[in-house]
Design a protein around this ligand. Sequence first.
Ligand code: SAM
Length: 227
Amino acid sequence: MPSPLMDLTPSAALGAVEGNTAHAKPLRTELFRSPIIPFLYERILPPIWALGLRNLGGIDTEFRLVTDFFGQSLAIVADISCGTGIMARRLALSGRYKHIIALDYSESMLAQLQQQARLDGISPSQITIIRADVEALPLASNSIDAIYAGAAMHCWKDALEGIRNIYRVLLPGGKLFATTFLKPFPSIVFRFFSLQELRDIMVAAGFNKDNVQLQARGLYGTIWCIK
Ligand SMILES: C[S@@+](CC[C@H](N)C(=O)[O-])C[C@H]1O[C@@H](n2cnc3c(N)ncnc32)[C@H](O)[C@@H]1O
């Protein structure tokens, strides 16, 4: 049985009110709703990332960095902006955590995640799949042990609002591992950041500056934060 998908976006909750553009999203968010993108994510991008675009070694390296930082025996780990669940599925299959929340704005990416999770033998009791907006995160404050947001912030409409929401839902002592792409990539469709801009966002969202660590590898930025 596939894991069910809950739609908790503001537009689903309020219904599509004609002329209401309060929750309209930019192209950098909307394009992931196209069915072609999940196809690329599962079949084409991982070997390209592994050549060095997403750390040397791609998602394997990222999985090691994430699990080293999170440690063992956490209750709830959320993959926010999980896409097709490349990391969420690995975290679920690792057996290190009691429950995984996989959350994304794109119903197409989540449909691929549902299908793949079933093929991987991940049961609905191991993973909760939610369509939601990181900028209006429908999770309780102080409820999540650790959050992964991989290659995500450059796709959000308002990165500061997204990180504010993440800070709010993390438990005290909770951990955030995030990655994104950096300048001088030009911000035409996506919004790219300098390391200083990323640090400013983390601190403005609530993280103590001493608990924020950043690293650039080429044009790929990695962020470690503890609430
Ligand atoms: C580049 S993909 C990264 C997917 C995955 N985390 C990975 O590591 O491969 C960015 C994801 O962010 C999601 N996204 C964009 N805006 C979002 C928002 N406001 N709330 C939640 N997810 C969002 C997109 O739907 C897309 O799946």
